[in-house]
Every structure is written in structure tokens, then in C-alpha cells.
Design a protein around this ligand. Structure first.
Ligand SMILES: Cc1ncc(COP(=O)(O)O)c(C=O)c1O
Length: 501
């Protein structure tokens, strides 16, 4: 990821080059691969009242009734004082595991408490999985774009990330297969395949059932681990739910419901609150044990205070009812954003039509750099989004942007998109003036124009939306090899990667 992708929201806490120099020789090699997450950099923007931020990955926590929160917390304080204030078991409280089992059942996936651990958010699962599996130079296969929050984690573990460009049905499995073959030829086997099958963050697309089955088949055939990151599965606004990779693999494994090759990441962040910082991992036993050891070293246990809050919430409240409320609210916000995009972004742009989740991924003409656009949008219009580069390891994604609709009020969505549209039109006009021409439409742009999202919502089974990559909408998997993105490696790592291969 290019540093510029962090945008002008970068905090005021940055060190000067002089200060860094002083400590340089003390830093571990892994810190060179550490990059700030664009999302985190931009969190500060959400606090600024003068800025409309479509950049956050935020659910709308203002929908949670204050009196309910107060009552549950008071109950935890009064009835479980000592437990709440004490350390808990690393794998989590049994009562929270029961909540996880309930949520997973809602995802049509059977799990047992002894197959999971409770973590400090889903983010910790990504970290623990890397900690358990990835040595410097090891390969991770991910989608392109990928979750911007995973980018700094992969960087910190010095992984080589191979990103496979998605189309409107998620990761094309033909491309995955040929990429795996190519890696194998180079003596490399990925440590895991990282995927967000439902309502992708940031891509907004959903992996089709056929691809899910093929992915699990491939993982089983080649004995590869898959990390299924599913924070948004229950936030579906249209179409029917699709099976989790975990459940498909467990079906094939046929041994009491447990999966052999899928590590499942879940979280309470989007169905209840990110503030509780609670997620979970379901994994094959030997992997789970390593995750548990990694967690012991990271934080001993997740907060018992919030675990007890979640347990009380699930046992006393109608969590499915709250989820219905969220789905209703977010669906309507999604529709407002889709309408505003159609009104203000013009034929030059393409965007996804997510069937759920929190994000739309918009792609502008190639000559627009969304990192530059963000600086301008912030400065002149007071509006923010996540520039697309944040979702790539290698600086691609420069003409795309991630837009959050879930955590933003309808009037702000309309106004925010209007303002971004204004800056986009100025850029397009400037390009025309500089080149003396009206900007030419590429074939992809023409196709995108014919496939404007308001006329092309598709059925649930066929995937979550169209993706603006020139391949979108044709429903065919991409051809040829995926772009292989290699992080720069230091000499020692090169050798160790080759040795392992
Ligand atoms: C795809 C994905 N994975 C993981 C996470 C981490 O979520 P949390 O740590 O809040 O559970 C997020 C949060 O936005 C996400 O979008």
C-alpha cells in the first residue's frame, strides 16, 4: 500500500524523520512491512463535525437503545462484579460461546463450543491466524480488493500477498487455480486463502454458491487452509442466504459437523457493537490450539466486562429483532446511496450493487486518482471516503473508492455523494481541458454505462453485485493468470521462502 493512500486524515501524532532515525536500529525487521490502515487513519475524520465521512467502517451504534445498554451494564455490575473485574479463560466465557453457537446457527452453520475461541474482535482472528501460520516471505492469497484492515496485518507478518481480482461473483476460482499452479511451479504453497464471501468489504460483491463449492473442493483437494471472514453475513437486504464455506467443508468432512480446512471468523461488531470488541474463530482443533496460544501471548483473554454484557444481551433481549431493525435501516441507506450515485456520479463511474453489508465500491475513469481526489474532496467540500489503494498491497486500486452507507444518515449520504460527484466532475473537466478533448470512454466504461446498477440488480444466488473492473457483469470468470503481487523481500527472507518451497 502506498503511504499516500492514508490520505490527509493522517493523525497529528506522526514522528518526524529525525525522531525516527534515532530509534531506527532498534526496530525489528517486521516493522518495515507495517503500514497504517487507511481506515484507522481516517477514523479521526469521523469526529470532525464539518466533514461528512463516508470513509468509516462504522455500523450505526446510535440505534442501540440507551436505556437497554444502561440496564444490561448495571446488571453485569451488580450481579457479576467480581467476575467482570477478573481475568477470564483465554478461549472465552462459556456463556459467550453459547451466543456464538446461536449466531452461527442463524448462518445455517452448526458449531460446538469446543471448536471455537472468543477473540478481541474479528481483527484479532486475522492477526492470530497470521501469527500461527505465516513466516516472513510466506504467501497468502487474497481477493483484490481486500479488506483494508487486513493489509497492515499481512504487512506486519511480512507475507507475500497474491491478490486475485474479483468479478461480480467474488474470487474467480479458475484464476485461483491457475495462480496456485503458478505458485507451485515456483515452489510456493500459500499458507492460507483469505476471503470475505458475503457483501465484501470493500468490494460489495458476494461469492456465488458454485464458487463456494469449488473453493472448498479445491482447498480439500490441495489441503489448503481458507480463512473465511464473515462479519456481514446476517446483514442481507435482498436475495437468499448462501452457505458458509465452513458448513460446506464440514459437510464434505462428514465428521460430526467440524470443518477440516476452513477457519471461520465471526464478530459481534456488526450485529451488536464494535465497542464490545468481541469476535470469534471456529477452526480445526490443531489450528485452534495454536490460535489459543497466540492469544495468550497477545492479551490473555478478551474483556470479561463486555463478554458478560454480550451474554446478558443474548439471554434477555431479542437480538434477532435488533438485527431486523438494522437490516431495514441499512437497506434504505444503501438505496439512498445507489440513487445518489446514479444522480451525481455520471456515466464515467461504475459502482457495485451490494445485496447486504455496509459498503459500495465505486470506480472512476483511470485518469482519476482517488487519493488525490480525497485530498481535494476534504479540502474544498468537507467529504471523505476510503481511496481504493488502501485495499491493495501494491498501489493498484488508484481510481476506486470505498463508500460506507450503513453508518451515515440519509441526508448526509445524499449530500456527501453530491459533493464527491462535484469534485469528480471538476477532475473530469480538468482532464478535458488539459488534453483538449472530452475524456474518451474506455470499453469498460461503455459497458458499465449499459449496466447501470439501478437497472441491474441481480438475484441472490448469482452473487452480490457488479464489480467495476471491466470484467463485471458478464458472469464469466476472468481468464489467464491473476496479477501476482509480491511484497519487496529482503535477501534473507527470499532464501527462507525458497527453502520452504
Ligand atoms: C472484512 C472484515 N473483517 C474483519 C473486521 C474486523 O472487525 P472487528 O474486529 O470489529 O470484529 C472487519 C471490520 O470492519 C471487516 O470488515
Amino acid at each position: 500500500m502506498d503511504d499516500r493512500a492514508s490520505g490527509s486524515g493522517k493523525g497529528q501524532r506522526g514522528s518526524s524523520p529525525h525522531e525516527i532515525e534515532r530509534y531506527e536500529r532498534l526496530f525489528a525487521a517486521r516493522t518495515h512491512g507495517m503500514r497504517s490502515s487507511a481506515m484507522r487513519d481516517m477514523m479521526s475524520l469521523t469526529e470532525r463535525p464539518d466533514v461528512i465521512s463516508l470513509a468509516g467502517g462504522l455500523p450505526d451504534t446510535s440505534t442501540f437503545p440507551a436505556e437497554r445498554y444502561a440496564r444490561l451494564m448495571a446488571e453485569v455490575a451488580a450481579d457479576s462484579t467480581a467476575r467482570a473485574l477478573q481475568y477470564g479463560p483465554t478461549e472465552g466465557l462459556a456463556s459467550v460461546m453459547e451466543c456464538v453457537v446461536e449466531v452461527m446457527a442463524e448462518e445455517q452453520t452448526t458449531v460446538h463450543p469446543d471448536e471455537l475461541i472468543v477473540t478481541t474482535g474479528g481483527q484479532q482472528v486475522i492477526d492470530l491466524v497470521c501469527k500461527a501460520l505465516v513466516d516472513p516471505g510466506d504467501v497468502i492469497v487474497a481477493e483484490a480488493p481486500t479488506y483494508p484492515g487486513a493489509v497492515p496485518t499481512f504487512g506486519a507478518y511480512q507475507a507475500q500477498v497474491v491478490q486475485i481480482e474479483m468479478d461480480d461473483q467474488g474470487m474467480p476460482i479458475d484464476e485461483l487455480e491457475s495462480t496456485l499452479d503458478r505458485l507451485l511451479n515456483d515452489g510456493l504453497t500459500p499458507k492460507f486463502i483469505y476471503t470475505i464471501p458475503n457483501f465484501h468489504n470493500p468490494g460489495g460483491v458476494t461469492m456465488s454458491t458454485e464458487r463456494r463449492e469449488r473453493l472448498v473442493g479445491l482447498a480439500r483437494e490441495r489441503e489448503l487452509l481458507v480463512l473465511e471472514d464473515n462479519p456481514y453475513g446476517l446483514l442481507r437486504y435482498e436475495g437468499s442466504p448462501l452457505p458458509t464455506l465452513y458448513s460446506l467443508d464440514a459437510l464434505q468432512a462428514g465428521r460430526g459437523g467440524a470443518s477440516d480446512f476452513v477457519i471461520y471468523l465471526g464478530t459481534f461488531s456488526k450485529i451488536l457493537s464494535p465497542g464490545v470488541r468481541l469476535g470469534w474463530a471456529v477452526a480445526p482443533r490443531p489450528v485452534l490450539e495454536k490460535l489459543n496460544l497466540g492469544k495468550q501471548g497477545a492479551d490473555l483473554c478478551s474483556s470479561p466486562v463486555t463478554q458478560l454484557f454480550v451474554s446478558a444481551y443474548f439471554s434477555e433481549e431479542d437480538w434477532r429483532g435488533y438485527l431486523d431493525q438494522l437490516r431495514c435501516l441499512y437497506r434504505s441507506r444503501r438505496d439512498v446511496m445507489l440513487g445518489a450515485l446514479a444522480e451525481h456520479f455520471g456515466p464515467q463511474a461504475r459502482w457495485t450493487h451490494p445485496h447486504g453489508g455496509m459498503f459500495i465500491w465505486a470506480t472512476l475513469p483511470d485518469y482519476i486518482d482517488t487519493t488525490d481526489l480525497l485530498a481535494r474532496a476534504l479540502e474544498t467540500e468537507g467529504v471523505a471516503f476510503v481511496p481504493g489503494r488502501a485495499a491493495y498491497m501494491d498501489g493498484r486500486g488508484g481510481s476506486s473508492m470505498r463508500l460506507n452507507f450503513a453508518g451515515v444518515k440519509e441526508e448526509d449520504i445524499r449530500e456527501g455523494i453530491r459533493r464527491i460527484g462535484k469534485v469528480v466532475r471538476e477532475h473530469v473537466g480538468l482532464f478535458g481541458t488539459l488534453t483538449g478533448t472530452a475524456p474518451a470512454e474506455s470499453g469498460a466504461q461503455k459497458r458499465a454505462k449499459e449496466r447501470r446498477p439501478e437497472s441491474a440488480p441481480e438475484a441472490g444466488e448469482s452473487g452480490g453485485g457488479e464489480l467495476g473492473d471491466g470484467k463485471a457483469g458478464d458472469g464469466k470468470p476472468g481468464s489467464g493468470l491473476a496479477d501476482v503481487v509480491e511484497l519487496p523481500r529482503r535477501r534473507g527472507e527470499q532464501n527462507s521462502a525458497q527453502r520452504r518451497g
